[in-house]
Design a protein around this ligand. Structure first.
Ligand SMILES: Cc1cc2nc3c(=O)[nH]c(=O)nc-3n(C[C@H](O)[C@H](O)[C@H](O)COP(=O)(O)OP(=O)(O)OC[C@H]3O[C@@H](n4cnc5c(N)ncnc54)[C@H](O)[C@@H]3O)c2cc1C
Length: 391
């Protein structure tokens, strides 16, 4: 009998949600992660998490927005699960201690790119930090065995995993190791918003074991990477700046695109504007356009963008007093391992959730749906893997 029922790979939001859910379903769970348990992309997420709570909104409307933003490439079975379970995922996070920003007796909701309604919940602009901290605290208080500094190196059928110095046997495995945009940016000689652990080798291990993937070529550029000052290069300026009124301007001060369009459309519009010679240059010669953040109301900025303000002000720029410079930057792996609605891959006993999985966003993810995917499919993966391990 294997030592564990469920082995989870990765300690981002999806891995933590999966481990916790598997443990709460009665499984003996181990979680192995590449670096420290804190190290992940999820903790860097600032903007927020989508869920249809507005009076004029519904899970169906949310699903419709995903479908359109994905340019009709998303798997609608997965999308229906994502949007219909979003409100309960939020309540689950609240039970774990996440305090979403509130106003007028309800959640403070922002409209993100590609959305037809205000649907983005926030915890100031440290949403990912708050969510991962609550999940981590719960995992650390549980019976889950955590193996830090234990990167997955090999997976043999059965399942026997080599994680760092350990050999771990488990009935089922949940792959939650995130995307590959840090590595991809290095190869391309570009900037990335990602943490250094986002290198994609776990996807390759799954592919080598025979798993199917989809849309792996579809990488997302965040429209608003920081371009200047130098120490803000690669910083992802939260999309909520645009939700709260910031607009993109060319060198002549003209708006050249809908600043709240789908991510790929906005990123392409910036690249095209610069190619037309209507961009500006940073002092170190990089291409950029302006993001006019002076249009954000001070109160909105103080409630929903305090971290962004602090970062820029300590770099010597006040975004409420002057426009900032921005250019698209490599950000997110849209595609990934094929999963079903239980987050099961095409390999028996192997599950995948979070950025490593494909289908939920098709070829273009909307902002705020990745953290949501981590929680919704992390929980589903944990429960399903625990159940399968008992059979
Ligand atoms: C700067 C930034 C801002 C963002 N803002 C938002 C936002 O506002 N809203 C939103 O919804 N999404 C946002 N995203 C996207 C979202 O945060 C991520 O896509 C999502 O959190 C990924 O979660 P994950 O659990 O799949 O992967 P991650 O959080 O990246 O975690 C992957 C884990 O796997 C581990 N790992 C990697 N390789 C191995 C290996 N070989 N063996 C063992 N462990 C391994 C890593 O160390 C890490 O612990 C943002 C992303 C970034 C980078």
């Amino acid at each position: 009998m294997p030592a564990y029922d469920v082995l989870v790979i990765g300690s981002g939001a999806s891995g933590l949600a999966a481990a916790l859910s598997a443990e709460r379903s009665g499984a003996r769970v181990a979680l192995a992660t590449k670096g420290s348990i804190q190290s992940c992309n999820s903790a860097k997420a600032q903007g927020g998490i989508q869920a249809a709570f507005g009076d004029d909104d519904s899970p169906e409307q949310h699903a419709e927005d995903v479908w359109k933003s994905s340019h009709e490439t998303a798997n609608m079975e997965l999308v229906t699960v994502l949007t219909s379970e979003a409100p309960s995922a939020i309540h689950w996070l609240e039970e774990l201690g996440v305090e979403f920003t509130r106003e007028n007796g309800g959640y403070r909701l922002a409209r993100c790119g590609g959305a037809t309604r205000k649907r983005l919940l926030q915890v100031g602009d440290r949403t990912g930090h708050a969510i991962t901290k609550a999940l981590r605290d719960a995992v650390e208080a549980s019976t889950v065995t955590v193996l830090p500094n234990s990167p997955l190196r090999g997976l043999d059928e059965g399942w026997k995993a080599t994680v760092g110095e350990h050999e771990v046997e488990a009935s089922t495995v949940i792959l939650a190791a995130g995307g590959r945009c840090f590595k991809e940016a290095e190869v391309r000689g570009e900037l990335s918003t990602n943490h250094p652990g986002a290198t994609g080798e776990v996807t390759q291990i799954a592919l080598d074991a025979g798993a199917e993937a989809r849309d792996l070529d579809a990488l997302q550029y965040h429209p608003n990477g920081g371009s200047w000052p130098q120490n803000m290069q690669g910083y992802s300026i939260p999309e909520t700046t645009r939700a709260y009124g910031a607009v993109l301007l060319n060198a002549d001060g003209e708006e050249f695109t809908d600043s709240l369009g789908p991510r790929d459309v906005v990123a392409q519009a910036i690249v095209d504007e610069v190619a037309k010679g209507k961009g500006v240059q940073t002092p170190d010669g990089r291409p950029a356009v302006y993001l006019d953040t002076t249009r954000i109301a001070r109160e909105d900025a103080e409630i929903s963008l305090p971290y962004m303000l602090r970062r820029y002000r300590s770099a010597g720029v006040d975004p409420l007093a002057e426009k900032i410079l921005t250019y698209p930057v490599l950000h997110y792996q849209n595609g990934g391992l094929v999963i079903d609605t239980d987050a099961k891959t095409t390999l028996d006993g192997v599950y995948a959730c979070g950025e490593i999985a494909g289908g939920t966003h098709g070829r273009n993810r909307m902002m705020g749906n990745s953290l949501l995917e981590c929680v919704v499919f992390g929980r589903r993966a944990g429960r399903a893997a625990a159940t399968a391990a008992r059979q």
